[in-house]
Unconditional design. Structure first.
Ligand code: M6R
Length: 367
């Protein structure tokens, strides 16, 4: 049932070209520049006139939500808040019937997320569920929604559910932006076109980078700490990279916005600290290059996710993982893939049970 792979986690990482494709299928029509999402249509007016979109989730799904905040604010010009479900449910948040809550959950059974939306619903908010498991509690509680079509995710560390969530969140943002007319046709067409290329590009990364990433994993498997840095659209990916490493390797890892390192974490940097930069070509590129130089000046070891053809970052970094160049808004869905593989192989090098890390449950149905 692992389809020839040693672990579910690896199988699920390698399924991503298909699962992303499945999540876009019948929804994204790049040729005719059209997005079909009946769940969005159902609450279209609410979304277009929303006072706020509040994204509620936990763990990896929260990271998908954080990226969605950047994307929805950029493309739809709607205020977005991203909330840890556990915090949101126990405060006394100000919610009105002009708020739309997007609950992001692979399992659809996460207790905190479920109760958070239950409370928000009572206060009049409209609930949109972005869920993988069909018929799950969160799906049933929602007023409208869209399923990610990632298929069953067995590995406790979420991989393919995350990229499916991103694919769908992009579609939602693009559709709302189109309806609200906050995006021009050229950018809309460009992003649709790039999104359609993602399954093939993920396939290319898996084929072309796997061997190199195994080597990198061997080199760094004994590290005690890792720092993950990224800016802008890549910041949520730095957080997700760090979470994945913690879960499957038990190595302490922290994700930070790259510019925040000067406000504390840079004190950790010495020759023993690997620093992973999510440094694909985007509008912050020069800034991240100078962040990398700052780490190198302190003898930190730099592993970078770089865009194909970026000799500047490749020249500075000790090790690179290369991804195809694509629009900066879409790039994070590619950047995360090498980080998943890196975590997997480091976990394997350390002889750990990557599919069932200690202390973790696949879905957290108690608080
Ligand atoms: O099923 P959900 O998406 O609601 O689960 C949320 C988190 O529990 C989950 O993402 C968790 O952080 C994973 N172990 C991450 O790999």
């Amino acid at each position: 049932e692992k389809g020839g792979y040693d672990h579910f986690m690896l199988k699920e990482i390698f399924e991503q070209p298909q699962t992303i494709f499945d999540s876009l299928r019948g929804r994204l029509d790049a040729e005719h520049q059209h997005i079909t999402l009946s769940g969005v249509d159902k609450i279209k007016e609410k979304l277009i006139h929303a006072n706020r979109v509040i994204i509620v989730a936990c763990g990896t799904s929260w990271h998908a939500g954080l990226l969605a905040e950047y994307v929805i604010e950029e493309l739809c010009r709607i205020n977005v808040e991203v909330e840890y479900a556990s915090e949101f449910r126990y405060r006394n948040p100000i919610i009105t019937d002009k708020d739309v809550i997007i609950a992001v959950s692979q399992s659809g059974e996460t207790a905190d997320t479920l109760v958070a939306i239950e409370n928000a619903k009572k206060q009049g908010a409209t609930i949109f569920g972005l869920v993988n498991v069909v018929g799950s509690s969160i799906a049933r509680m929602s007023d409208a929604g869209a399923y990610t079509h990632a298929g069953p995710e067995i590995g406790v560390a979420s991989t393919k559910a995350f990229t499916a969530q991103l694919a769908l969140l992009y579609l939602i943002a693009l559709k709302v932006a189109y309806e609200k007319q906050t995006i021009d046709q050229t950018l809309f067409n460009k992003l649709l076109g790039d999104l359609a290329k993602v399954p093939q590009y993920v396939q290319d990364i898996l084929e072309e980078q796997d061997a190199a990433i195994q080597e990198i994993a061997r080199k760094y498997a004994d590290a005690n700490d890792f720092l993950y840095l990224g800016r802008g659209f890549n910041f949520p990916i730095a957080l997700e990279g760090a979470l994945k490493l913690k879960e499957v390797s038990y190595i302490h890892a922290e994700g930070y916005p790259a510019a925040e390192m000067k406000h504390g974490p840079i004190a950790l940097v010495d020759e023993n600290l690997p620093v992973v930069f999510v440094a694909t070509k985007d509008s912050y590129h020069e800034k991240i290059v100078s962040n990398i130089q700052e780490i190198k000046a302190r003898k930190g070891q730099v592993i970078a996710v770089v865009s194909q053809g970026d000799n500047v970052v490749a020249g500075l970094a000790d090790d690179v993982m290369v991804v195809p160049q694509i629009h900066e808004i879409i790039a994070p869905i590619l950047s995360v893939v090498p980080l998943q593989l890196l975590s997997y192989y480091i976990g394997i090098n350390r002889g750990l049970d990557v599919d069932k890390p200690r202390n973790l449950a696949k879905s957290v149905t108690v608080e």
